[in-house]
Design a protein around this ligand. Structure first.
Ligand code: 13P
Length: 268
């Protein structure tokens, strides 16, 4: 990849995972909205647990914060005890849904096939999808990072039309960096983002691939966000632990960068 490309509006997403009651979440949103203040030019998104989505949506009110789900079922309704569908997320005020997080894959048996069904169901009901991909420690050590993330990407997006690409985001989350305090170096993250962009271009030839933002996730903090976001291949961040406190998430969300960044001549 060479040349310049305009930098996309950064997406700063907070994945609360299985944390916070409604009361705690509302207090966090009120604090966060106050700290975010005037628009920073970045898009801010919260992914709370299902039972508090509506309460968090109400607390967000007119603040410039988007709402999303952490998961969905691929059917719109039916006998699927314990599950939540895309239309239900829409009705609760969600614009986004996260699909294929490594915790869903490793703890709940999600496969590339179920991830793909979820991606297509989410797009079908009008949600924007954040598809999570990422290698584990063994895959990285064995030199299989590129093949792993490519497989997650291509299988996850199977059957998705180029016309739907504008409603897709990719989150690169190396499993070894999630909740460990070990962030990928900017070189490691930038390299994988470059590979993902190349694969996306093949899948959705330009300009269709262009709106797709590639986020980095894995131990993002107020201390490392500026360095990460200085990489031109990184279009946003998906934050776990540091999104559970208004102060740290607001600092992450308010990072700023240049409007145009020269891409390096060789990125991967
Ligand atoms: P941490 O930021 O806690 O490492 O979590 C990352 C993550 O899994 C976001 O989806």
């Amino acid at each position: 990849m060479t040349g310049n490309r305009p930098v996309k509006t950064a997406l700063i997403a907070g994945n609360w995972k299985m944390n916070l009651t409604a009361e705690e979440g509302i207090a966090l949103v009120q604090d966060l909205a106050g700290r975010l203040g005037s628009p920073s030019g970045n898009e801010v998104l919260l992914l709370p647990p299902f039972p508090i989505l509506a309460a968090i949506g109400a607390a967000i009110g007119d603040a410039a914060i988007e709402l999303g789900g952490q998961n969905l079922h691929w059917e719109a309704s039916g006998p699927y005890t314990g599950e939540v569908s895309g239309p239900m997320l829409r009705a609760a005020g969600c614009r986004y849904v996260l699909v294929g997080h490594s915790e869903r894959r490793s703890h709940f048996g999600e496969t590339d096939r179920t991830v793909n069904r979820k991606v297509r169901a989410a797009l079908e009901c009008g949600l924007r999808v954040i598809l999570a991909v990422g290698e584990n420690e063994e895959e990285r050590a064995a030199g299989r990072t590129r093949s792993t993330v490519r497989s997650h990407l291509l299988k996850g997006l199977e059957g998705v039309a180029a016309g739907e690409a504008a409603r897709i985001e990719i989150a690169y989350e190396p499993i070894w960096a999630i909740g460990t305090g070990t962030t990928a170096t900017v070189e490691q993250a930038g390299e994988v983002h470059g590979w993902l962009r190349d694969d996306l271009r093949r899948l959705f030839p330009p300009p269709a691939d262009d709106p797709i933002r590639i986020l980095y996730g894995g131990s993002v903090t107020p201390e490392n966000v500026d360095t990460l976001m200085a990489r031109p291949e990184i279009d946003g961040v998906l934050v776990g632990g540091a999104s559970l406190q208004a102060e740290s998430f607001a600092r992450i969300a308010r990072f700023q960068r240049e409007t145009t960044i020269a891409l390096p001549g060789k990125s991967c």
